[in-house]
Every structure is written in structure tokens, then in C-alpha cells.
Write a protein that binds this ligand. Sequence first.
Ligand code: G6P
Length: 372
Amino acid sequence: SAAEKSGYASFMLKEIAEQPKAVADTLLGRVDESGTLLLDEVRVPPEVLRETSKVVVVACGTAFHAGLIAKYAIEHWTRLPCEVELASEFRYRDPILDHGTLVIAISQSGETMDTLMALRHAREQGAHVLAICNTNGSTIPRESDAVLYTHAGPEVAVASTKAFLTQLVACYLVALWLAQHRGEKFGDEIGEVVSELAGIPGDLERVLETMEPVRELARSLAGHDTVLFLGRHVGYPVALEGALKLKELAYMHAEGFAAGELKHGPIALIDQGLPVVVLVPSPRGRSVLHDKIVSNIQEIRARGARTVVIAEEGDEAVAPYADHLIEIPEVPTLLQPLVATVPLQVFACELATARGNEVDQPRNLAKSVTVE
Ligand code: G6P
């Protein structure tokens, strides 16, 4: 009913708007002022944490994209190797698992059959399973050794939005907490990241206030057949998520590519007027990647692409090559997906609406897939 949507036209719009609060709720009580992670609720014994030699993330759909981003954070902060795998593929390839493997199963609903089967397989092989889940008492956390709840509140729209952002935050917390336990040498950086995380709800508020041009752009693209998404580093999974949202909601052909792969194939798709959304890393820090993306943008533009550039505020180097520039706040590189994903959610939602689609209940999809 309209009341349940609190005045929003759809649950999806309501849930997009709830993201600042959802992220704040994921963080609540889990970090202290000194930057220490407080995750005693996650019942992984200290000896298991010390003896972990590998992390494996399993998930489906949007949760899988959260896992792909988590890999960058986990490997960087903990120096543990991390694999990320689609839950539906995992157990069919005889994965290498033992007592030293920490498996992280990410699921909004906690009921996705593929993810459940993957974690059962992992536990049978002696791995320790930590669930990141949004639904209290659901099957996946019940069958796991430990759980960290995302506290995003109920998500009704089939396409995941606030659950995704809070899954990311939960993954960052787990990565930092693992690093804290294992005594990795990122003391200062961990404190900094924790305080940056605290600022994310405010950053998200600002992003949400600047979405009108994104909606306008989306409406102008309603007659197109294809949209491509490019990114690299953590921007690559964000590109995959942007494309998934567009498929799910607008029923358009949408694909995400790693920008470095452009020259190995996707560039052949670039045609006059083809919209290409590009996620640009911060010009600070990893400036090599930034500069490479800027030259990718020049390349595709020279071949006729209509470039939609998502870049950090004040990124002057990229602005001249953007047919449409969407600015996002300056945050540490590993956290950029939190602010970069929101415009893509708004974009897909508006495009779907412009095409006359029902955004909360896309055709052929289910909120939770409880069959294999
Ligand atoms: C379905 C939904 C997706 C979701 C995926 C995984 O396909 O339509 O939005 O990302 O399941 O769901 P889970 O509840 O395990 O996160």
C-alpha cells in the first residue's frame, strides 16, 4: 500500500532513500571512538581467526557483487588470500577447503538455496562459515558457525539496494576485524577507515540530494537497447552491479566490463551514440588507474560513445571527456563503491519507470530464490 511506501512511488525508491540510515545501523555499536572494531557478537573463536589461511566468499546476484568488492578490502587489510565464487558454481568443482578456510556466505534473505548448499558443502569439508545476512533467524545464519547481521531493515523491492550497501559495510567491518585480530600492520589505516566509515551516511545523504540530473539522463535513454558499464579495481564490481540493475529493472541489454579489458574485445561494441557508464577511481592515491581510465574514456568517446562519467568531486582531468558528469564525494578508494553505486540504482529505477516497467516486481524474478 501507499502507506507502507511512506509516500514513495515504489519500495525501491523508499529503500534507496533509506540507505544512509541503513548504513548507520550496520555500523551502530560495532566500532568505538578509538577505531577499535567491536564484533564480539561474531562467534568465531580466536584460534580459528589466528589459524585462518584463506577466505572464500560465496553468494549470488547482488550479494556476489558485494563479495567481489570485499575481496579487495580483505586482501589489502588482512593479507589473506581471498576467493569469491558464485554459490551456484562452488560445490560442483571440488573446491579446496579445510580447517584453515574461513567461508563468508553473503545473503540478504538468508534463504537462497544455492548459497545454503555452498555453505553446507564448506562445513562438511571442515571450513568455518560466517554468514553476513539481513534476516534474523533465517536458514543461512542458523546453519553457519557465526553471523554478522546487516540490520538494513526489511527489503521489499526485488532488486537489492540498501541490503547491498550494508553487505559492503559488513564486509569492510569483517575485513578490518580480521586484520585487528591477526595483528596486521595497518594500525593507522584501520583507524582512519573506521572514521571514514562513520562519515558514509552523511556522504550518502549528499549523493541522494544530487540525483535529479541522473533521473533526467535515465529518461533520455529510455529508447536505447544497450548500455555498457566500465570500471576497474573496486569500480569493476560496481560496473557489474550497475549492469545487473539495468537488466533486472529496465530489461535492457547491459554489461559490465573491466576497463582494462576494453581493448581485448568490448571496444568492438562501441558505436555512435552508445551510452557507456564509466566508474572513475579517485585521482588521489591510485592515480595510475585514474589516468588509465581517463584514456579509456577518450578512446571510447573518439569512437562515438556517449560517456556517462561517475567521478569524484573536483576531478578536473576527466570532466572534459564526460558527456554527462555525475560527481560523488571523496572517500577512500576501497569505500568508493558505497557512494558510486547509488547513482546506478537511481539510474536503473528511473529508466525502468520511463519504459513503463514495474520496478518492485520485475518480470521473471523472485526476491529470494529457494530452489537450486
Ligand atoms: C535474487 C534476487 C537478487 C539477490 C539474489 C541473492 O536473485 O532477485 O536481488 O541479489 O537473489 O539473494 P540473497 O537473499 O541471497 O542476498
